[in-house]
Ligand binder design. Structure first.
Ligand code: HPA
Length: 236
């Protein structure tokens, strides 16, 4: 049965889903890495494709930006399509000088200042961990591929533009966070609540410390090894 936000037929979505934020990225991954990729949902242009990577069925579907969007799609994937594993492949901003644009990050936990958990379950929760098993696979595979992966606790924020430039310094210190993005908490929390597995790989696109950023060409250069790693670690 299609859901309010996904029109794929039952069985069209694989047990493993890769989720970039951007639908164009989903299309790029499907056409460059998957065999026999087929468009299976395009509601609101949140493109989803299913194909084969090294013999294993994989779905690539965009999450959109922010926890409300991620929450809708990953909830429907987990509850209506019996998806077992979702790996977010996105970007993040750096909260510390040792983490630079182009670096590759594995999220070890997500902290949020949002009310997502309380509104979902009635019980407040601000911190959640991804799947230990998926993280171990990702870390081990990065090592065998010779890719440097930085393990970071990340901030999942509801707010991108900020008037107070010092907010990040306060929470970085208080909560021991190294990077910021806008989706991982919702994904990890729903996976935990629903007994599924989730993890997140992120490329650093900008620094809140020294305001450096990478252009779209460099972003693509950092994106390629992240997708190779994501697919190899989850399908082998
Ligand atoms: N803030 C929030 N999300 C992000 C950022 C940022 O600076 N960079 C990439 N994703």
């Amino acid at each position: 049965m299609p859901t309010p936000h996904i029109e794929a037929a039952p069985g069209d979505i694989a047990e493993l889903v890769l989720m970039p934020g951007d639908p164009i990225r989903a299309e790029f991954i499907a056409s460059n890495w998957l065999h026999s990729a087929k468009l299976i949902s395009r509601v609101r242009n949140m493109l989803a494709f299913t194909g084969i990577f090294q013999g294993v069925p994989v779905t690539v579907m965009a999450s959109g930006m922010g926890m409300p969007s991620m929450g809708i799609y990953c909830h429907e994937l987990f509850t209506e399509y019996q998806v077992g594993r979702i790996l977010r492949v996105g970007s993040c901003g750096s909260y510390e000088s040792s983490l630079n644009p182009m670096d590759l990050v594995l999220a070890t936990e997500a902290w949020t200042d949002s009310s997502f958990a309380e509104v979902y379950s009635g019980v407040p929760q601000q911190r959640v961990r991804p799947s230990t098993r998926l993280n171990e696979r990702l870390y081990h595979t990065s090592f065998t591929m010779g890719i440097e992966l930085k393990q970071c606790a990340i901030h999942s924020s509801d707010v991108f533009y900020r008037k107070d430039p010092e907010y990040y310094q306060r929470i970085r210190e208080r909560e021991q966070l190294q990077a910021v993005e806008m989706e991982a908490f919702a994904l990890f929390y729903l996976a935990e609540q629903l007994g599924r597995e989730a993890a997140s790989l992120l490329t650093v696109s900008d620094s809140l410390v020294n305001h450096s950023a990478i252009d779209s060409h460099a972003r693509e250069q950092a994106f390629l090894p992240m997708i190779e790693l994501a697919l190899k670690a989850t399908t082998s």
